[in-house]
Ligand binder design. Structure first.
Ligand code: SF4
Length: 263
């Protein structure tokens, strides 16, 4: 590693030990090589996995198992069934950059203690054009939008940026890959969420048990794996993040419902 010029990669490799899980990629060091595979294929025999070549990694990471495009490479839907062997640090760096673009540099910035984190207010406050509207979300609304969009179901990056009333993510619930500022998927979702906040509200009286039915249906819907559904299409009423946002809004009602049942 003496000739490795990339300090971020050099420090990352020093952390690997015999193995390390980086989001959904398991990295093992053995025989002087780096062996990579999907973390859920940890116990699979090597012969049962397709051997990827380094130039294939980027296209492998482009689509989900169901064939849907992955606009967010940190989404927890990396295809399984592959393995990759790289012989040196440069190869490892290229592979990880193909799976998770920019992740090693961001990881290193956090480890070095100088990450450039931009919180929600600062980030949305400097938007112009179509995303200016996102700054109109109040703190509670922004908190719900963040909880929905950056939910572990949809993204494994550890969100370090915040808004008043909502803390950062932990490594344990997400991964070693930090998120330093709102991404394009988030901004598109936040724009749609603000547009929905501006709509005239409808009123609907629900019995506590009906609230629970609604919750059950929404929870089922949020886990859908319909290949025709584009993750980034926030205009679709059944977009999983939109369903999660409704679930976030339902939380106070569910708390009330459960409390009434406890009485
Ligand atoms: S803003 Fe949220 S969804 Fe986007 S990369 Fe960061 S944590 Fe993930």
């Amino acid at each position: 590693m003496a000739d490795l010029e990339n300090p971020a990669l050099k420090h990352f490799i020093a952390q690997i030990g015999t193995e390390l899980v980086f989001a959904q990629v398991l990295i093992r060091r053995s025989d002087g090589n780096y062996h990579l595979r999907h973390v859920e294929d940890r116990e699979q025999l090597a012969e049962s996995l397709r051997e990827l070549r380094l130039p294939e990694v980027r296209s492998w990471a482009q689509h989900t198992e169901a064939g849907a495009f992955r606009p967010l490479k940190s989404a927890p839907n990396l295809k399984r069934g592959w393995r990759l062997v790289v012989a040196d640090a440069e190869g490892l760096g290229m592979a990880l950059d193909a799976f998770y673009p920019g992740a090693i540099a961001d990881w290193h910035a956090v480890r070095a203690g100088n990450p450039s984190v931009t919180d929600f207010r600062e980030f949305t406050g400097r938007q112009s054009g179509m995303y200016r509207i996102t700054a109109m979300l109040n703190d509670a609304q922004a908190g719900r939008v963040i909880e929905a969009c950056c939910n572990r179901k949809f993204c494994l990056k550890q969100r370090l940026w915040t808004v008043a009333g909502l803390g950062a993510d932990s490594v344990e619930t997400k991964s070693l890959i930090p998120c330093l500022e709102p991404c394009a998927v988030f901004m598109e979702f936040a724009r749609k969420a603000m547009r929905m906040e501006q709509q005239e509200k409808l009123r609907w009286d629900l019995a506590p048990d009906e609230v629970k039915t609604l919750e059950a249906v929404l929870k089922e819907g949020v886990n859908q794996t319909d290949a025709s559904l584009r993750e980034g299409d926030v205009g679709a009423a059944n977009n999983p993040r939109r369903i999660q946002l409704v679930l976030e809004k339902l939380k106070p009602l569910l708390t009330l419902t459960n409390r009434d049942n406890d009485v």
